[in-house]
Design a binder for this molecule. Structure first.
Ligand code: SF4
Length: 400
């Protein structure tokens, strides 16, 4: 296909596709799907080889949020039966983080529900970051605490955070349909604050909320314009007890096209498969490794992922390798440009500390109960989703 040859050439030159080309990727047929994966896979391998970076989520504070993000099980009015707890203590959080690192995670993502942190919350998280760094050495730490006020990004950076996650989630045009308690502009502002403070910016999207192809292309181009170092792609888990509980629109093939489009638009940034990987990609998960260079290990914020051991086996079976702490994540030109995260420990381009997450700012790790039904709009797949009951905030060991 001429389209795919063009997109590979552009991706290798770090040149964006046109909007029409990005839309054309989403419109490809199932007959062309493997060609699309192979083409985007060439771009992925050019910039990231066969390495897979593992991130590990620690939910520092779960549930009871006053905001109304429709996709979120922790939102105001959610009746999802998730764990609800207030701030984990630094030793609890560092213990959870250590479990992820022991499983191969290179980055720990510290997430807290809520509109944004108070200055006291920033103190708490700073203490937690220090505890994690002391215990697990060179792990990258990313904070995901919601909207930031002036000076908070700088304080997190001083405490040793490497990165900050805040997702745009969807296009500016449709943002108001998803959330009314804050705006798209608020989110852009927080990503810019993180950037300005020298944190590696992580910002991504949620697919499957009823958006159009145009919305998806819009949000991915908006992300490219913000120039984050990593872009998590969440696939909505329509959590029972949330307004989007019946929004089952995704197929494994569509997820692959979305990841391929994201790779072509953001060729040299970390593209991470985030919440909804197991639920929506299902048996096609290994193909998605040809497009994304990072996944979350084990569980999500409020829902269970597949066992961490299964993640590691999948990576090995598909012919990929887990990225080590001695390997540089980002291509040298990116790490060098801004000192972004993913640099090696010798400081070749290093970030001081680091993290990334899905979570509050866009975590779609919503879960549901039990039962079964065929996929499709209005047909909950509660058989595919389980609420997280283990790991941080519980007495049960994490699965990594
Ligand atoms: S995404 Fe964050 S701000 Fe929105 S409802 Fe969930 S926890 Fe609250």
């Amino acid at each position: 296909m001429d389209l795919l040859n063009t997109l590979v050439d552009k991706g290798l030159r770090r040149e964006p596709p046109t909007r029409e080309e990005a839309l054309a990727v989403l419109a490809t047929s199932d007959d062309d799907l493997l060609d699309v994966v192979a083409a985007a896979g060439k771009v992925r391998r050019h910039w990231f080889g066969r390495r897979v970076k593992l991130n590990y989520l620690v939910n520092l504070k779960s549930g009871l949020c006053p905001e109304d993000c429709s996709y979120c099980s922790q939102r105001l009015g959610s009746t999802a039966e998730i764990l609800k707890y207030t701030w984990l203590k630094p030793d609890q959080a560092s213990e959870a983080a250590a479990a992820g690192v022991a499983g191969g995670a290179k980055r720990v993502c510290l997430v807290a529900s809520g509109r944004g942190p108070t200055d006291r919350d920033v103190d708490r998280v700073s203490e937690t970051i220090r505890a994690i760094k002391e215990r697990t050495g060179d792990v990258e730490v990313c904070a995901c605490l919601g909207l930031l006020s002036d000076g908070q990004a700088e304080r997190l950076r001083e405490a040793g955070a490497d990165a900050y996650n805040h997702n745009l989630n969807t296009s500016e045009a449709t943002y108001g349909e998803i959330t009314t308690t804050h705006t798209y502009a608020d989110r852009v502002d927080t990503v810019r604050k993180a950037h300005a403070a020298g944190l590696s910016a992580c910002s991504g999207l949620i697919a499957g909320m009823g958006e159009s192809d145009e919305d998806l292309v819009d949000v991915v181009f908006s992300l490219r314009a913000l120039d984050p170092d990593s872009v998590p792609v969440n696939f909505l888990i329509p959590m029972e007890g949330t307004p989007l509980e019946k929004e089952w629109h995704l197929t494994p093939q569509r997820c692959l096209r979305i990841l391929a489009m994201t790779r072509f638009v953001c060729p040299d940034v970390e593209v991470r498969i985030a919440g909804g990987r197991e639920v929506h990609l299902r048996t096609l998960q290994p193909l998605a490794l040809h497009l994304a260079n990072s996944i979350f290990l084990g569980d999500y914020l409020t829902s269970e992922g597949q066992a961490g051991k299964a993640d590691l086996e999948m990576i090995a079976d598909a012919g990929f390798e887990v990225e080590g702490t001695d390997q540089v994540t980002l291509p040298e030109h990116r790490a060098g440009e801004r000192g972004g995260c993913g640099a090696d420990r010798a400081g070749r381009a290093g970030c001081a500390t680091g993290a990334d997450g899905t979570g509050c700012a866009g975590g779609t790790d919503e879960a549901a109960g039990a039962g079964a039904a065929a996929p499709g709009p209005g047909r909950p797949r509660t058989d595919l989703v389980a609420v997280r009951r283990r790991g941080a905030g519980t007495d049960l060991a994490p699965n990594a």
